[in-house]
Design a protein around this ligand. Structure first.
Ligand SMILES: Nc1ncnc2c1ncn2[C@@H]1O[C@H](COP(=O)(O)OP(=O)(O)OP(=O)(O)O)[C@@H](O)[C@H]1O
Ligand SMILES: Nc1ccn([C@@H]2O[C@H](COP(=O)(O)O)[C@@H](O)[C@H]2O)c(=O)n1
Length: 203
């Protein structure tokens, strides 16, 4: 039977880490929906029209994760994500994924509110802006990026502002989502808290 877990939250809150672990725990498929917007954003960097890029998106566009995870592409993703035509071009794929018979975990910004409003379990993962920026800064430096904490903080802050204030599918918790603040939780504790919340929803 299909069981859908929707995980939303701001940039670098740890939702992807939790989503991956939860999917492995239950043997469900996982979709990082941010990667779709990043792939569209990356394609627009050469001047390609965002809606045309979203309509033509294929699995190959998702392959170069090193490029897609850069802050520049993250900003481009957040800009194309404001466009209604981009969001509607990506909607059917995400909904079809969420209905996989074996169960599915999707993480993003509008999964619990727009993509899967009937998801069996909904989580909204957050942490303070400084902690999120610090985690992302350490991640980028560990991959060899040359950046500063201040740059990463500004990037996270700008994306959060744009994602929360757009008129179409803004970042916000679904009314029935369980809020998980990971500011004072390590990765294992955050995953265990998420699984406890999902178990409660399964009962
Ligand atoms: N609870 C935690 N404690 C410490 N570090 C964490 C925690 N959760 C995630 N991290 C680390 O923080 C960074 C961001 O986590 P992750 O990629 O899961 O966030 P995200 O919300 O999916 O980000 P994005 O929206 O940008 O895709 C990663 O380096 C991850 O290993
Ligand atoms: N469901 C979603 C997922 C993502 N976005 C936009 O994409 C940007 C990048 O997402 P990450 O999860 O990889 O950080 C993000 O800043 C959003 O603008 C979205 O709108 N909806």
């Amino acid at each position: 039977m299909a069981f859908t877990i929707a995980i939303d939250g701001p940039a670098a809150s740890g939702k992807g880490t939790i989503a991956k672990a939860v999917a492995a725990h239950y043997g469900f498929a996982h979709l990082d929906t941010g990667l779709l917007y990043r792939a569209v954003g990356a394609r627009t960097l050469d001047g390609t029209d965002p809606v045309a890029a979203a309509e033509a998106l294929t699995a190959r566009d998702l392959e170069d994760e090193a490029l897609l995870r850069t802050p520049g592409v993250g900003q481009a993703a957040s800009r194309v994500a404001e466009i209604v035509g981009v969001r509607s071009a990506l909607l059917d794929f995400q909904r079809a994924f969420s209905r996989r018979a074996g169960g599915a975990v999707l993480d993003g910004r509008d999964i619990g509110t727009v993509i899967c409003p009937d998801a069996e379990a909904k989580l909204f993962v957050t942490a303070s802006t400084e902690i999120r920026a610090d985690r992302r800064y350490r991640e980028l430096v560990s991959k060899g990026a040359e950046t500063t904490f201040e740059e990463v903080l500004a990037d996270v802050h700008e994306r959060d502002e744009r994602d929360s204030s757009r008129s179409e599918a803004p970042l916000k918790p679904a009314g029935d989502a369980v809020l998980i603040d990971t500011s004072d939780l390590g990765i294992e504790a955050a995953i265990a808290t998420a699984i406890d919340a999902i178990e409660a929803a399964r009962r």
